[in-house]
Design a protein around this ligand. Structure first.
Ligand SMILES: [Zn+2]
Length: 390
């Protein structure tokens, strides 16, 4: 009796160990814990009363469901399993997200990172059991679960339960290794510019501004433009390296990687772009930026398998040139930078695709300097022991 009573108390406490229901999909506004859940706007989400049917034509879309608005400590759940019940297509990813160190949704980045697995690998009928230990995040700051990167645009999946349980029937597969995903610098008081694609006519102006401001930045280079002898990029990035900047890779043809229809097509994008940077610039880079920032389990697993040890570099300061670049009389890109910097963002995504961006680049750098943080390369801001000294 005593043992039984003790067990039921512990089960009731729920946080020591035991089962925890996160989402029953019976309320479109809140999950089973009374916290927020919802779909990205551009995917089809149909609430059926006791389930949710998702169809997505774009691998960028996600459904999120949160343990807490702040941080949920799931540190004691590492031996348990995330159990998802769903019918229909299983070609999607499951991510466990980690909040920022302030556990604060008004700070950037939010979330801070996540780890991700392929639902298909763990699927048995309508059940998916994923060991919590397969999500390599700081579990004391767990934010929630994301169902994302739906790779089969014609198919749908209907979800009816997400919970954490003590055991999984049958065996579970090995964890497929995934590299880390960064949205922010880890060195205290650091800030970094990650500059991606550009157009030939703006290369000279862009480099002149960066160098005259006395900063070192990281360029993420698309392989096929580096390989194209009619374009100025090889010469540009050779000069950038000579001036102390860093170069990483950014795919070969700039597709949404998770949406490619074969593993070999994804592998090709990694291998060929890594090779293009090595061949043209002599750099064996382990820094990758995903086109469009798109993430999914296949992308993460194949990157680790093809170019082991590579870090994926996303961002927490978005200049929003993809919105304002073509027409920016009110300098909205500068306002976007100032807003993200004020939230604590310290890792930029920028391009030199528009005159309006290059015209405001000096201002972005001034605003970054005005935070009091030190501007440096991405490898330096992540305290890479192989990075050049500051
Ligand atoms: Zn890009």
């Amino acid at each position: 009796m005593l043992v039984q009573g003790l067990l039921s108390i512990l089960a009731f406490a729920g946080t020591a160990f035991g089962e925890l229901v996160l989402d029953r999909f019976d309320n479109s506004g809140i999950n089973a814990l009374g916290n927020w859940h919802g779909c990205d706007g551009s995917m089809s989400c149909q609430w059926n009363g006791d389930s949710l049917t998702i169809q997505s034509a774009d691998t960028d879309n996600s459904f999120f469901t949160q343990f807490k608005g702040a941080c949920q400590d799931l540190g004691s759940f590492n031996d348990q399993f995330l159990h998802i019940v769903c019918s229909g297509d299983k070609k999607f990813s499951v991510a466990l997200t980690q909040n920022n160190n302030g556990c604060d949704m008004s700070r950037a980045p939010y979330p801070e990172t996540w780890d991700i697995v392929n639902a298909e690998d763990y699927s048995n009928g309508e059940d998916i059991y994923i060991p919590m230990s397969h999500f390599n995040i700081m579990k004391s700051r767990t934010l929630g679960v994301a169902l994302k990167a739906f790779r089969n645009p014609g198919a749908s999946t209907t979800f009816s339960l997400i919970e954490i349980v003590d055991s999984a029937p049958g065996g579970v597969p090995e964890k497929k290794p995934t590299g880390p995903l960064y949205f922010s610098c880890t060195r205290p008081n650091s800030i970094a510019f990650g500059i991606d694609d550009g157009i030939p006519s703006l290369t000279e102006d862009m480099m002149k501004i960066v160098d005259s401001e006395g900063i070192k930045v990281t360029f993420f280079v698309v392989g096929n433009s580096l390989d194209n002898p009619d374009l100025p990029f090889k010469a540009l990035y050779k000069r950038a390296l000579a001036n102390g900047h860093q170069v990483g890779f950014h795919s070969y043809t700039h597709p949404k990687l998770e949406g490619l229809n074969s593993v070999s097509a994804i592998d090709d994008e990694f291998l060929r772009s890594h090779d293009a940077v090595m061949r043209n610039l002599g750099v064996d880079s382990r820094y990758f930026r995903a086109p469009y920032g798109t993430d999914g389990a296949l992308t993460r697993q194949r990157l680790e398998a093809t170019v082991p040890g590579t870090k994926i570099i996303n961002w927490s300061v978005d200049i929003e040139d993809w919105i304002w670049g073509p027409n920016d009389p009110d300098r909205q890109q500068t306002l976007a930078v100032q807003r993200d910097l004020s939230k604590g963002g310290n890792l930029f995504v920028a391009h030199y695709l528009y005159i309006s961006t290059v015209e405001q680049l000096r201002q972005f750098i001034k605003d970054a300097k005005a935070t009091g943080k030190q501007i440096m390369r991405v490898d330096q801001c992540l305290m890479d022991p192989n990075a050049p000294p500051l």
